[in-house]
Design a protein around this ligand. Sequence first.
Ligand code: PLP
Length: 362
Amino acid sequence: MTIPASTSPPVVRPALDSIPAYKAGKPAAVGAQTSYKLSSNENPYPPLPSVVEQVAAAAAGLNRYPDMSVASLHAALADKVGVEVAQIATGAGSVAVLYHLLQALCTEGDEVVYAWRSFEAYPIAVGLTGAHSLQVPLTAGARHDLSAMVDAITEATKAVVVCSPNNPTGPAVHRDELVELVESVPQHVVVVIDEAYREFVTDPDSVDGLELARGRDNVVVLRTFSKAYGLAGLRVGYAVAPITLAEAIRKCALPFGVSQLAQAAALASLAAEAELFERVEALVIERERVVAALQDQGWDVPSAQGNFVWMPLGAEALSFAEACDAAGVSVRPFQGDGVRVSIGEPAANDIFLEVARRFGSA
Ligand SMILES: *Cc1c(COP(=O)(O)O)cnc(C)c1O
């Protein structure tokens, strides 16, 4: 076969043209004044000594590939959540697991429904498959509009992604409304419940994705070690899924994508849950302190169920973020919409509250 001579440059898939670049949270400023990073929803606590010890031990084997089957961690997770091992799939963060799942489900011409504004990784994950994002606006209280999401489903819809609590606005989805959504969607449509912040939720009406997923063959729950477990730097997250979907996710995964350090850290963290969840409790108390202080200042903030609060600043989002920067805390602005502020060390939260007070809620 002869290939005609060509002088044109390589061409990437047109689907990539519409994909926004992921914008990482701004690092804390380096300078004379102490500064804090409240822009990436990270856990402000350093890793536990017991976790660091296991990571250091695993480092001695870095000349070897990791356990590709992630056997010990999958077994520990299956045990923790009470499912079969075959229902677990892991990846380099739950964002990677979502990429793999969507890659398994979608191609050009398909649709994925999710709320907007929500997690900024969704348009990228969907766009990379060639599928179309159908974004359903949040309600006035910055909550998912689940009935509008059901109405948005078409014959092309392959998945509905529900983010609970919603990043960046904070409210958790309620059990009754999500049951209704799951029971209204066609059975072949996969409902993905992204519960990256589940451990921080205190709203008694909120859904527990794992409970809802039990016995259903089109519900996938995503969870991560990055937030409550404080392992953002090691990249490990997981799906609890029906067996066929868990298998599909594992097929799409990058080989050896979860490092042995990450596997060791995740296992050690599961063993240290009691200690880690005390920190989560302290962060929740700190979150409630911050929310109450904002309300005292006159701010109308939506229900905050993650480790962050949402300031609905509209056109003033960028100038508020600049004021925070100048005071020594970096936050995450979304131009024209609002600012997401992670709950960090009390000293950092106090700086943010002082900026909010000076900025004024009027
Ligand atoms: C942080 C986050 C994740 C998980 O991120 P990984 O670090 O990739 O595990 C997933 N979903 C949402 C909504 C998040 O905010």
